[in-house]
Design a protein around this ligand. Structure first.
Ligand code: FAD
Length: 400
């Protein structure tokens, strides 16, 4: 049952909301986590947790149990059909976690939920936030079942279509393009590609990510011009034929799970509006190329949990520090897409640049650190003042 009051109300129990809640529970802050879903989703979504994220998750006791359940990938390679253009080595990273951990998002969420339970917390399910009244002392959150909770702080960890963001009047801008269209599947495949690394194929049609998963399946993610409503084996076979290896071509033997989705590149205009704070997909969305989306959200989450535990000044720092991180990651993901789609005349130059980078240890190291999600230290505390607070709104319809 919903409590009447709480210090922090976390809306959304995806990876971001769970990680905020675990961080707060570790600091003894009274927290209520709600999610509109009756049970956690079991669908396959993000598949990699990077070293920089594991270092951050180690602060909340989650990295080791996660590492025990995933597949450790020491390398990331960039290919153009049979040609290996670049290899990035994670095993040289100065980290306790010198690898990219391949693990399904459902498992990552399960590990976070177990940690929350161990710290005495839990997710209150089937509660959909529909209204938010903001005032100088906090917020009153209203739910579809007629319930209400009074909270000092509200965390919007409610994903790309965030109701919290909308109700707080925070913009979610981006180019007015139709977004990028993706096909995604977990497949069984006969393949000669190495199973200890993620391969990114650069192709004129767009990037194709080939990532081995702990259960022996392979995650394929590719941008496409028009995604079929019900993607099937022959669609993924066609993608591999068009973009994958030629000498020893891959053969799809089974599609375990498949989906299509469209992503716009967007960042929230601000991460804080009075008592409302955003994190994860509620604050930023971008292409999954490079596997950065959930990772950025998890790092937001721990930073926000620690800031909420530290007090209001730290919250302004959170808001000022995290948005530029999202800008960087969005730029990086867009760059990977541009590299893949380079016009034929520029491809020899692109390939030469990648091969040169591959031969230069400092360039390779920089790329490894970037992909692994290591972030520079947070900004110092001399911050611009927070923009004036806007009034909240109530309602029940979702905009998108
Ligand atoms: C098909 C697909 C494939 C993806 N592939 C990748 C990938 O390969 N790599 C990668 O890094 N990322 C990938 N992503 C993105 C990744 O899944 C997200 O970055 C990640 O889930 C964000 O976590 P989050 O907790 O911020 O938001 P979400 O996981 O979206 O969680 C938000 C939660 O809020 C709840 N909620 C929403 N509205 C309300 C409300 N009004 N009241 C109460 N609860 C609410 C939802 O039920 C949900 O549980 C993929 C996403 C999809 C859909």
């Amino acid at each position: 049952m919903l409590p009447e009051r709480t210090d922090v109300l976390v809306v959304g129990a995806g990876p971001t909301g769970l990680a905020v809640a675990v961080t707060l529970a570790g600091h003894g802050v009274t927290t209520t986590v709600v999610d509109r879903l009756a049970a956690p989703p079991v669908t396959s979504r993000a598949a990699v947790v990077h070293a920089g994220t594991l270092e951050v998750l180690d602060r909340i006791g989650v990295a080791d149990p996660l590492a025990a359940r995933g597949l450790r990938s020491a390398r990331f390679s960039v290919r153009d059909r049979d040609r290996l253009l670049l290899t990035v080595r994670f095993d040289r990273l100065p980290s306790r976690y010198p690898y990219a951990l391949l693990i399904s998002q459902a498992e990552t969420e399960a590990v976070l939920a177990d940690r929350l339970t161990a710290l005495g917390g839990r997710v209150l399910r089937s509660y959909e936030l529909t209204g938010l009244d903001l005032d100088g002392y906090g917020a009153t959150a209203r739910f579809a079942d007629g319930g209400a909770v009074r909270a000092r702080w509200v965390v919007g960890a409610d994903g790309m279509h965030s109701r919290v963001r909308e109700l707080a009047g925070i913009g979610f801008g981006g180019p007015a393009d139709p977004g990028e269209s993706f096909l995604l599947a977990d497949v069984r495949v006969d393949s000669a590609l190495p199973r200890d690394q993620v391969s990114l194929f650069l192709s004129r049609g767009g990037p194709l990510v080939w990532a081995p998963l702990p259960d022996g399946t392979v995650r394929l993610v590719a941008t496409v011009d028009a995604a079929p409503r019900e993607p099937r084996a022959h669609h993924f076979q066609a993608l591999l034929d068009e973009r994958g290896p030629v000498r020893r071509p891959d053969r799809v033997t089974e599609v375990v799970w498949a989906s299509r989705f469209r992503i716009h590149h967007r960042i929230a205009s601000r991460y804080r509006s009075g008592p409302v704070l955003l994190a994860g997909d509620a604050a930023h969305v971008h292409s999954p190329a490079g596997g950065q989306g959930m990772n950025l959200g998890l790092r937001d989450a721990v930073a926000l949990g620690e800031a909420l535990a530290a007090g209001p000044e730290a919250l302004d720092r959170y808001a000022a520090d995290r948005r530029p991180r999202a800008e960087e990651v969005l730029g990086f993901a867009a760059g990977l897409t541009r590299l893949a789609a380079a016009p034929p005349a520029l491809r020899p130059l692109r390939d030469l640049l990648l091969r040169t980078a591959s031969a230069l240890p400092p360039a390779r190291r920089r790329l490894a650190v970037r992909l692994a999600g290591f972030e520079p230290a947070p900004l110092p505390p001399d911050l611009p003042p927070e923009p004036p607070q806007r009034g909240g709104r109530s309602g029940s319809s979702v905009r998108r």
